[in-house]
Design a protein around this ligand. Structure first.
Ligand code: TRP
Ligand code: ZN
Length: 861
């Protein structure tokens, strides 16, 4: 019988330091695909020599212990015990002073399909240790507050042998590395393989010479140049903006095909999912290039925010992730367009984080309990964690933020810190009390903000009254009022700005703000720049929204006005009411406004997705009907195309970028508008333009956009086979090929398409990218996944159960396809619940997947 994993909830309140100090870790690897020997020497000292405790080390049951010595001597076996997750050495067997624990274990990297710990990918050895992967390599205090220097030797017949830190020695079949910066085990990395490097150099501002390498498989060198450029830009930016310099002689990046997430910030040896390194115009889209630049920056920035200052425990994950996301967002706005980046980030936040916050998986940026930490690498920890820092910066100002960050790096360098430490730094640097602000870290849920306007014509005074209310989330019924920065501007009826942006600070449940001395009643532009992650509800007629879309000087608020117009049309249409005339009108005027950035216009021309409409309806207390939403969206897009066909066709032609492809922001902006116009025209031209573009475009951005249009029109067969002929052996292109067919399929065909693709030889489902392409594609097809007959739920549940046996992290992550299930009608709810219960009853289910499905089931009970 398979044992059920132990039910073990971890609580923040239970934190206690590790009872030993670990100063140095020496590791010696003898690599073999089925038997890798790992020798470890740990230099330990009891924290309190008068009360030495048992030494409990983490270690998975697949780690085979071959020998154990304390200061060179084997302890009496009665003092050594093991269970599935730990190794315990009784205090009676331990010296009262500093000692060395030496172990020798054997592991099987080729059998590791969970891609956690040491595993093989495409013939190379690589590791993934965050959050708790190191315990699958050897016995160790696998927790982020235990930091040590590492000396690592690797023996293998592979030509390239890498680990963290600086190289010490490198001869045939052997390499030695030394990392002088104390680090926790989750930042350990090892790579061994037949790899080639694209290399460059960087001189830090204090004159340190750093060798830079991007390691890829032979043949992929010509697709690694953009990653290298991005790395150099990141290093320079962190020096200029945060005063942070790199601190080793080498910085290595390795691309691997099998990777559970995007990338990993291991000290001096970042490991990346190959889709976030490899790019050429023929294979990567503009969006891929932008993402590569951002993730290279993200991982590089972790060197200070994550590695030099790490987390005390995993409850503090947003300390490093929220801050590092915030920093990579700032970097991208500096490299590209700040307003466009802000809109893209808000769109992603709403699609992923608001969705999470509305449903059974809602949790605060700093949770206080979990079963499985891997389930908490979420949009709330990452993206909301970044929003919270943006609010802090708005409240204390740019100077206050800069002073606080300097103090943070100064005070906590070399430490494992907490959210309390982080807030204290802001309090000490700015003199501000952040007790109320802390609720953003500890309370789940998205606040609902309402705004009412009162115009006193006699006094020429405008009064804005706000109320805030955060709905209950699992385990948190009542939420006190939070500090909410609300950026407001006032616009005159002629379109001129009457009052530039002012930051209102709301601290009460209900609060009013007066604006005096106004000549005439202005139009209010509220929540400019999306100054807080809240849902703003204000009674506004469509004509005023159209006015703001035409005149607002804040680009986010301007886009938001168009968004609101579209959403109010789509929610009405999906409930069978006539609507949309103002939107169709206003969007035409904006499309033709050549003074506006093309990328901004593209964002305005892209209608909210089906999922966005469902989210808005749910917030209004209406049960969303996926088929009606889909029909409403198609209908509105067609009306826009019919009303503005000539204009859109002219835009499509004029935005063509001639000459050889370049991924630079200026060219990408033009292509984005060109593609947005195509998407609308595709509703009325039967797919003719898309067919022409697919055949003529010399870059993947336009080919992929054209392909999606053809899929929607049911005319993609020849384009799909052409792509397959050309790129059948390119995994990254074929991932897109799998994904778009399911995502863009007419909803009634989505499940059948997914099923037939899943039967193909090249559906290598154990590869996380391929699995995500197919299952994520289906989850992204709103009306397809939520097919009324439950076929989308059943298909997904079957694959989650299969994947769980190979790779629990991926199964658990993809199970979030179900996270919105309680919002639908009774028939769909019953079918989704049945699928979740079937998963929950699975024999030998992992802790990862079990935690996810039980939280989701609990919400509907
Ligand atoms: N720390 C990584 C990042 O955000 C995230 C990560 C990479 C990760 N691989 C992982 C988290 C595996 C959990 C499991 O940059
Ligand atoms: Zn990160």
């Amino acid at each position: 019988m398979t044992r059920q994993p132990q039910q073990t909830t971890q609580f923040l309140a239970d934190y206690r330091p590790f009872p030993f100090l670990l100063s140095e870790t020496r590791l010696d690897f003898e690599l073999g695909p089925h038997a890798t020997l790992v020798r470890a020497d740990l230099s330990l000292t009891p924290r309190d020599v008068s009360k030495v405790e048992d030494l409990v080390l983490d270690g998975g049951k697949e780690v085979a212990l071959r020998s154990l010595r304390i200061d060179g001597t084997e302890p009496d076996p009665v003092h050594v015990s093991r269970d599935d997750e730990t190794l315990r050495i009784a205090a009676a067997a331990l010296p009262r002073t500093a000692f060395t624990l030496s172990t020798e274990v054997s592991i099987d990297p080729a059998a590791n399909t969970a891609f956690e710990g040491l595993y093989m990918s495409g013939g190379m050895y690589c590791t993934q240790c965050e959050a708790e992967g190191f315990r699958h390599i050897t016995f160790y205090p696998d927790r982020p507050d235990v930091m040590a220097t590492f000396r690592v030797s690797i023996r293998s017949d592979m030509p390239v042998l890498l680990s963290n830190g600086n190289p010490v020695e490198n001869r045939d079949g052997m390499a030695e590395w030394h990392d002088p910066w104390p680090k926790p085990s989750y930042l350990f990395a090892l790579v061994a393989g037949k790899l080639v490097a694209v290399s460059d150099r960087f001189t830090t501002r204090s004159g340190r010479e750093v060798a830079l390498n991007v390691w890829v498989r032979p043949g992929d060198q010509d697709r690694a140049g953009f990653a290298m450029e991005s790395l150099i830009k990141s290093m320079r930016w962190d020096e200029q903006v945060y005063g942070r310099e790199y601190d080793l002689d080498v910085f290595n990046i390795v691309a691997v095909d099998d990777f559970n997430m995007g990338a990993m910030e291991n000290k001096g040896l970042n490991i990346f999912n190959s889709k976030l390194v490899l790019a050429s115009p023929e294979t990567a889209t503009d969006a891929d290039y932008e993402r590569i630049e951002a993730v290279i920056a993200h991982e590089y920035f972790h060197n200070w925010t994550g590695n030099r200052i790490t987390c005390r425990d995993w409850f503090q994950l947003c300390l490093k992730e929220g801050l590092t996301v915030f920093r990579d967002q700032q970097f991208t706005s500096d490299m590209r367009s700040a307003p466009v980046k802000r809109i893209e980030d808000v769109r992603a936040l709403r699609a992923r984080q608001f969705r999470e916050d509305q449903g059974p998986l809602a949790h605060p940026p700093r949770p206080d309990h979990y079963e499985e930490i891997n389930n908490f690498y979420t949009a709330t920890v990452y993206e909301k964690g970044a929003e919270v820092i943006g609010m802090l910066k708005r409240l204390v100002g740019d100077d206050g933020y800069a002073r606080a960050l300097d103090l943070y790096f100064d005070r906590h360098d070399g430490q494992a810190a907490t959210i309390e430490d982080w807030l204290k730094v802001f309090e000490d640097a700015t003199g501000r009390d952040l007790a109320q602000f802390k609720h953003w870290y500890t309370d789940a849920g998205t606040p609902r903000l309402t705004m009412a306007e009162d115009w006193d014509a006699d006094a020429n005074r405008l009064t804005l009254t706000f109320t805030q209310d955060t709905p209950p989330t699992p385990g948190q019924a009542d939420k006190p009022a939070r500090v909410i920065p609300i950026a407001v501007g006032l616009i005159g009826r002629n379109g001129d700005e009457v009052l530039p942006t002012r930051m209102l600070e709301m601290t009460e449940a209900r609060q009013s703000f007066d604006f005096d001395g106004l000549g005439a009643r202005p139009v209010v532009s509220a929540l400019r720049g999306f100054s807080a992650p809240v849902m703003l509800d204000r009674p506004l007629d469509d004509a005023t929204r159209a006015f703001l879309l035409a005149h607002d000087t804040d680009p986010f608020a301007r886009w938001e006005a168009g968004r609101d117009l579209a959403l109010s049309a789509l929610t009405a249409l999906s409930q069978g009411r006539e609507a949309g005339a103002d939107f169709v009108d206003a969007i035409g005027r904006l499309a033709g406004d050549d003074s506006a950035d093309p990328a901004f216009r593209a964002l305005c021309l892209t209608l909210p997705g089906d999922e966005d409409v469902a989210t808005r309806l749910t917030a209004q207390g209406v049960t969303p009907d996926p088929d009606a939403i889909h029909a409403a969206r198609e209908g509105l897009a067609r009306r826009v195309a019919e009303a503005h066909g000539d204009l859109l066709a002219a835009i499509h032609d004029r935005m063509r970028v001639d000459g050889p492809y370049s991924p630079d922001a200026a060219a990408a902006r033009r292509r984005s508008l060109r593609i947005a116009a195509l998407g609308l025209l595709n509703r009325i031209d039967g797919g003719d333009r898309a067919r022409v573009l697919f055949g003529s475009a010399g870059n993947m951005t336009e080919r992929m956009a054209a392909l999606i249009c053809l899929i929607r029109r049911g005319r993609a067969a020849s384009a799909l086979s052409a792509l397959e002929d050309e790129f059948g052996d390119n995994r990254l292109v074929m991932d897109k090929w799998f994904s778009v067919q399911v995502m863009a399929a007419p909803p009634a065909e989505a499940v059948a398409t997914a099923r037939s693709l899943s039967e193909r030889q090249d559906f290598d489902w154990k590869n996380p990218n391929r699995f995500r392409a197919l299952l994520g594609g289906l989850a992204g097809n709103h009306a397809g996944f939520h097919a009324a007959d439950g076929s989308g739920y059943d298909f997904t549940a079957d694959w989650l159960m299969r994947m769980d046996r190979a790779n629990p992290q991926i199964a658990a992550r993809m199970s979030t396809a179900f996270e919105t299930w309680p919002r639908y009608d009774a028939t769909r709810r019953a079918r989704a619940l049945a699928a979740l219960q079937r998963i929950a009853a699975m024999e030998g289910i992992s802790r990862n997947l079990r935690e996810m499905v039980s939280r989701m089931i609990a919400a509907g009970a």
